[in-house]
Ligand binder design. Sequence first.
Ligand SMILES: *Cc1c(COP(=O)(O)O)cnc(C)c1O
Length: 436
Amino acid sequence: MTTTKSLQTTATDANANLFERAKRSIPGGVNSPVRAFKAVGGTPRFVQRAQGAYFWDANGKQHIDYIGSWGPMILGHGHPAVLEAVQKAALDGFSFGAPTEREVELAEEIIKLVPSIEMVRLVSSGTEAAMSAIRLARGATGRVKFIKFEGCYHGHADALLVKAGSGLATFGHPTSSGVPADVVKDTLVLEFNNIPQLEEAFALHGKELACVMMEPIAGNMNFVRASHAFASRCRELCTENGALLIFDEVMSGFRVALGSAQAVLGIKPDITVMGKVIGGGMPLAAFGASRAIMEHLAPLGGVYQAGTLSGNPVATACGLATLKEIQKPDFFEELGRKTQNLVSGLTQAAQAAGVPFCGDSQGGMFGFFLMSELPQNYTKVMTTDSPRFNKLFHGLLDRGVYIAPALYEAGFVSAAHSDNDIAQTIAAAKEVFASL
Ligand SMILES: *Cc1c(COP(=O)(O)O)cnc(C)c1O
């Protein structure tokens, strides 16, 4: 019976067809796990093309896209100025393995917009940038141990795939097979927004810590802000103990505000990790810091870091054109207004249907939870009613609204989303909430 059913599906559904085919040649059918819809069930949508706030799947069905490649597409898909810059750059060559002017321009642009950064190194992915930032912090301080927080994601370098050990004296355990216990033994995992625990950890290990790494607005446990008190305590304790504070702004950078989350919080990190928006959808990421810290990097200093495609000329053209657009007057005010309208519209729709709901947003990034109060840490986020979230997800998807296929992911609004798109989304959500 199941065989007949799946045969029927594959005959009519191009997404299911592609997924079956993909699974034969790509593990799980996807090149990044969350795309497989494992958390919510069902068939991933294969994207055929995208324009503005929409993408069309393999069945030709249109969706309002609230993922936007997990953040990079802040202008929406196929923005004409970006497209033109990329096409022009492509004609001049794809990659040289030699320096280009556009790399310098992009570095200058990032430095101009983010005051804590005096020098920047360009790489190709957020994972690479975060991994390199840790190495730089270790090299610059001559220390080995570091702190990260549960629910913050910093890419998949070995030392970062780690969960808390039992108690503050025992360091982390690997969360992925293939990661040797030895590689994470210097990573201390703490609870986000827990000041007493942070203070205790510094009292025990402060002088051995190379750095504290955090997402200042966490977007990998849905949307959880570091409280101002927590972030400033991280800042103080790092300074007092000679450890470096690293803000991983791969997601929040140029997404929540022109000055990124550090401008929203009013706190200066020592090292900033960037990605996503700075590439405008092309593989590009970066890490930056003061001149004194950055000069530890090769070829000036002893911390080795390199990349064949780093500062790629087509990717830098895409990033530069994107950064140019987001500096136009009122860009973030307008984006923030639309995103807030979305969150408040969804909240009203849920409340009208008696569904517990709360949400938050900053700039073009948002999150919501099927609970009545905003959670402050990962453990709390994971108490979300997940069967209910999955119903909401599929209800919206059926109505052409594409949100993240997992309750622990953030959402993204682009400049291309119109007030009408937001209204349509809220109307779709109203119907779904009524059925939950
Ligand atoms: C996406 C993300 C990364 C990893 O970036 P990739 O380009 O996927 O390697 C690291 N840190 C944060 C905060 C992210 O959101």
